[in-house]
Design a protein around this ligand. Structure first.
Ligand code: SF4
Length: 104
């Protein structure tokens, strides 16, 4: 089960696909962030992302390294991901945060 503080920081704030009631499923971005950062660290990262980017219009370029790191373990790929399948939509919130983190 996802932690509420992580849902608030990663999913509600950055993910266009977030829906209440899917808390047993984990996107790859959420999984990587929660396994490697504290809530406090993620809150700082989220604040930096908001200051520097228009997230709604921010769609990172295809990145094979991020795909392997973030998307391979994603529960939502079974039903397809608009971003990964054909970039018809933005990536999930976790992917957006990680993309910003690796870009520095
Ligand atoms: S971009 Fe799509 S496939 Fe990749 S982690 Fe996010 S939801 Fe999953």
């Amino acid at each position: 089960m996802k932690g509420q503080i992580f849902i608030d920081i990663i999913c509600k704030r950055f993910c266009r696909y977030f829906k209440n009631g899917k808390e047993e499923m984990y996107c790859g971005g959420y999984r990587v962030l929660v396994e490697n950062f504290t809530a406090s660290e993620l809150q700082q990262l989220a604040d930096m992302v908001c200051e520097t980017n228009d997230i709604k219009n921010h769609i990172p370029a295809y990145d094979e390294n991020l795909f392997n790191l973030v998307c391979k373990s994603c529960d939502f790929r079974i039903d397809g991901c608009d971003y990964r399948d054909n970039r018809s939509g933005p990536p999930c919130g976790g992917y957006i945060m990680i993309d910003q983190l690796v870009k520095g």
